[in-house]
Ligand binder design. Structure first.
Ligand code: FES
Length: 79
């Protein structure tokens, strides 16, 4: 089964059980946010430690690697 969500307004379908970090990678652009110096950041540790995967999920700041994709979810990168 697949889960349909949007990343920056673009539809993405991922296998059920994926995290948002996986959805970012599947979307073709794994970037989650920009640093204060404007450098692209992406999920690094995959276990909730590095904080590099911060994104907005349905309007709330979440860690992409710790958030499971759900149907209709709206993900926004912090760019
Ligand atoms: S990838 Fe490190 S906290 Fe999510």
């Amino acid at each position: 089964m697949r889960v349909n969500l949007h990343i920056d307004g673009q539809p993405v379908a991922v296998p059920m059980g994926c995290t948002v970090a996986v959805a970012l990678a599947i979307s073709g652009n794994g970037v989650s946010r920009m640093s204060v110096r404007g450098q692209a950041r992406a999920p690094l540790c995959g276990m909730g430690v590095c904080q590099e995967c911060r994104v907005s999920v349905d309007g709330l700041r979440q860690l992409a690697c710790q958030t499971q994709c759900t149907e209709g979810m709206q993900v926004e990168r912090t760019l």
